[in-house]
Design a protein around this ligand. Structure first.
Ligand code: ZN
Length: 315
């Protein structure tokens, strides 16, 4: 099995982590006319385009003040994020048309990314990084040990506590997402309590403290649906990953083999779970009884891998 070909898993820029410790890096880059800036406000991006919004890469000159973060560089140009204060309600900056959430931006860019559009890859990779980093700063203003307000250091890649000299770094929360398949080659999909009627997707859940990924896959599938995933070598196989900064997840995709197929949902997170043959899924989706996750999601990529081909956009 080759790894999944995920259009969102190939950033086109260099994070250039070695530059983060340069003195006054951000100030110098703000004065550089070649620098491109993504502007973030309350987790949304300043974008251009309405049908297919794309994060706007803007010159630094004329932008208001805020939290400036170093994202990296490409082709000799540096890229920054500007995070505007959450308390304000600013209009989109000059050069951008509106604000859009990262999900809408990803959905809008999926065709360009799948087609290998390098400019789209560059801007989208920067956008995911900017939203993830901005989200971390928004919720980590104080030291987790002593409670003192912390200062932004390393061009936005750490926060420093002046009392105990402790540094904290942006965190990422691993989550597993899995295509569970039985020995009859049927796929298990679940319906979450919070979703619109008819929406089905692969099961997913967060990795718990002190837990390995394979155990998380088995535990989440058992908790949510009662289905038993095997423990033999190859019963849980890694397929690919997708950053999912809502606010800080990294989705780790797996194929899992069921050895016990009886379904008993937990009725809290998952209210319905069903086994589908390809023909059953095609019939249900074509009839509009079942809708599947969006084309920008690793969930859909896992479903398509099992299905054996790309799914129609209307599913
Ligand atoms: Zn402290």
């Amino acid at each position: 099995m080759h790894p999944l070909d995920l259009p969102f898993s190939r950033a086109a820029h260099d994070r250039a982590a070695h530059r983060r410790a340069e003195p006054d890096l951000v100030a110098a880059l703000r004065d550089d006319p070649t620098t491109g800036v993504l502007v973030v406000h309350r987790g949304r991006l300043a974008v251009v385009g309405h049908e297919a919004p794309r994060a706007a890469l803007l010159p630094a000159a004329g932008l208001p003040d805020g939290l400036w973060l170093f994202l990296g560089e490409s082709d000799g140009a540096a890229h920054l994020a500007l995070v505007l204060p959450e308390t304000d309600d600013p209009p989109p900056p000059a050069g951008a048309q509106s604000w859009a959430g990262l999900r809408d931006v990803a959905q809008g860019q999926v065709d360009a990314l799948a087609a290998g559009d390098l400019a789209a890859r560059l801007v989208h990779g920067l956008a995911v990084e900017a939203v993830a980093l901005a989200g971390w700063h928004a919720t980590h203003r104080r030291c987790g040990r002593c409670g003192e307000p912390t200062a932004v250091v390393q061009a936005g890649w750490a926060r420093h506590c002046p009392v105990d000299a402790r540094e904290t770094y942006p965190r990422t929360d691993p989550a597993v997402i899995m295509a569970v398949v039985d020995d009859a080659d049927r796929l298990l999909l679940g319906h979450a309590a919070t979703w619109p009627e008819g929406r089905f997707s692969t099961l997913a859940g967060f990795v718990e403290a002190g837990e390995g990924l394979e155990d998380t896959v088995r535990r989440e599938v058992a908790e949510e649906t009662g289905v038993v995933v095997g423990t033999a070598p190859g019963d849980v196989v890694y397929r690919g990953s997708q950053a999912w900064p809502f606010p800080a997840s990294l989705m780790l995709g797996f194929r899992a083999r069921a050895v016990g197929t009886a379904v008993q949902t937990d009725d809290e997170e998952v209210t319905e779970a069903r086994w589908f043959t390809r023909a059953e899924l095609a019939a249900a989706a074509s009839a509009g009884e079942v809708s599947l996750p969006g084309r920008h999601s690793i969930a859909r990529a896992l479903i398509e891998e099992w299905y054996g081909e790309g799914l129609p956009g209307s599913w």
